[in-house]
Design a protein around this ligand. Sequence first.
Ligand code: SF4
Length: 292
Amino acid sequence: MNFNSGKEIIDLCKIEDKKIYELMIEREIELKDTTEAKIREDMGISLQIMKKAIEDSITKDIKSISGLIGGDAKKIYHRESIKGGSICGSIMKRAIAYSMGVLEVNASMGKIVAAPTAGSSGIIPGTLIALQEEHDLSDTDIINALITSSAIGLIVSKNATVAGAEGGCQAETGTAAAMAAGAIVEMMGGSVEQSFHAAATSLKNILGLVCDPIAGLVEAPCEKRNAIGASNALISAEMSLCSVESLIPFDEVVEAMYKIGRALPFELKETALGGLADTETGRRIKEEIHDN
Ligand code: SF4
């Protein structure tokens, strides 16, 4: 059992009447000489790390080593206690706060799961755990969703890249959003085609997004791009579950993302020489951090 494209996964799921996570488990067992129990145990450990990072970010005073980010997840999470409540609603509020919180924990040298990278590590846990809390889903549901998300990430890794240094931020936060959106759709009862429509939509939504971390640190604009990535994943999943389809198939979107990534100048691929990193304020922040 192996697959190299979204289309192959869709075909296999339909032929074998299986979910994406079931195919992924079979693949791992065949290629890595492991067992389903071990795969689930390992993913369960990852889930606990994700939950701990989120919990810490909304209960503790977190500040990144540079001081650029920290405390924003807490502000957003507790917004409902303030007059007027959240304008985005409860689930989006949680997803935004949690996805930003994981980035804060990462930037303060805490433990996170790089899914698929440290810079985009908030999107998958932020959305899945927000959904778990809002819809009373089990840890098994979330572990299945994490396995599904890994299958989508695998396809992007095989055919393009998930690295900001190679493809820009579209490759990092775009892929994370695609992984989350596809997994959410499957977890919430959508078809395999709908999962890949959601994944395609998420990636399409931020094609061309450059990687321009201020002072070269995975903090800003990364943290807020995780919030946008989480929103992107939820919106794309909602559209797809309502049978709104992507005109361009997932595999072609991945190909387009890779071509765009290769066409981006090196200044916009994690070198911190362009974009927001090369603004007046971005350069001043870099000097201040490096002088301290
Ligand atoms: S800006 Fe660059 S470092 Fe930051 S999340 Fe995006 S790809 Fe990662």
